[in-house]
Design a protein around this ligand. Structure first.
Ligand code: CA
Length: 208
């Protein structure tokens, strides 16, 4: 449960007996200001809506404030297209990055399912964006829906390019599955050269 007045997360077993707690008041990693709700994902990561700090933080079961093996964005209850900026422990978004809940109209991309992150809001211009991570990743899933054109996606480790791919895309093909895997990187940069480009990411795989 979330103890809003105490700015911490308290853990109880199914009999209601206290087990442990973590968190203090503040704006740093592992700190909260007016935490409102909490959720678990399929990997038992703990998501805390830290309302006073305008962010969501992700924790392991023991409260370690570091990225877990996978972030899949499931079981997060945010409004459609909530702007994301540094809400996730270990993930720093820049540019236009939005929470994108499951849409029944979304094409069936194999590695981007349910909730995901997008840089696209209909009727608005789509901008380049990048993400940096305080822990290394080994893989990430992308999907891209766009007018025909090219998009360059780079994976970098400490500022050095470890992979750079140009993806040629069309409008709605579900064959536009993209992603990196088997790499070690801590930054992803996406740049486009055409319009109407909806970029989505999901299933961040963290590694040591
Ligand atoms: Ca997902």
């Amino acid at each position: 449960m979330v103890a809003t007045l105490n700015n911490r997360v308290e853990k109880f077993n199914s009999n209601g007996e206290y087990i442990s707690q973590f968190g203090t008041q503040g704006s740093g990693n592992g700190q909260f200001y007016n935490p409102l709700s909490i959720a678990l994902d399929s990997s038992n990561n703990i998501y805390v809506v830290d309302a006073g700090n305008d962010r969501v933080q992700v924790f392991s079961q023991n409260g370690l404030n570091q990225p877990q093996q996978t972030i899949d964005f499931e079981n997060i209850n945010l409004p459609l297209y909530t702007s994301l900026t540094n809400q996730y422990a270990g993930v720093n978004f820049s540019g236009a990055t939005f929470f994108d809940p499951t849409s029944p109209n979304a094409p069936p991309f194999p590695n981007v399912t349910g909730n995901r992150i997008s840089n696209f809001i209909p009727e608005q211009s789509v901008r380049d964006f990048s993400m940096s991570f305080t822990s290394n990743l080994s893989a990430i899933g992308f999907s891209l829906i766009s007018q025909p054109g090219d998009t360059t996606i780079k994976a970098l480790l400490d500022g050095k390019i470890v992979e750079s791919q140009i993806f040629h895309t069309d409008l709605t093909s579900s064959g536009n599955f993209l992603g990196f895997q088997g790499l070690k990187f801590n930054q992803v940069q996406i740049s486009k050269n055409s319009y109407d480009r909806a970029f989505q990411l999901d299933n961040l795989q963290f590694t040591n």
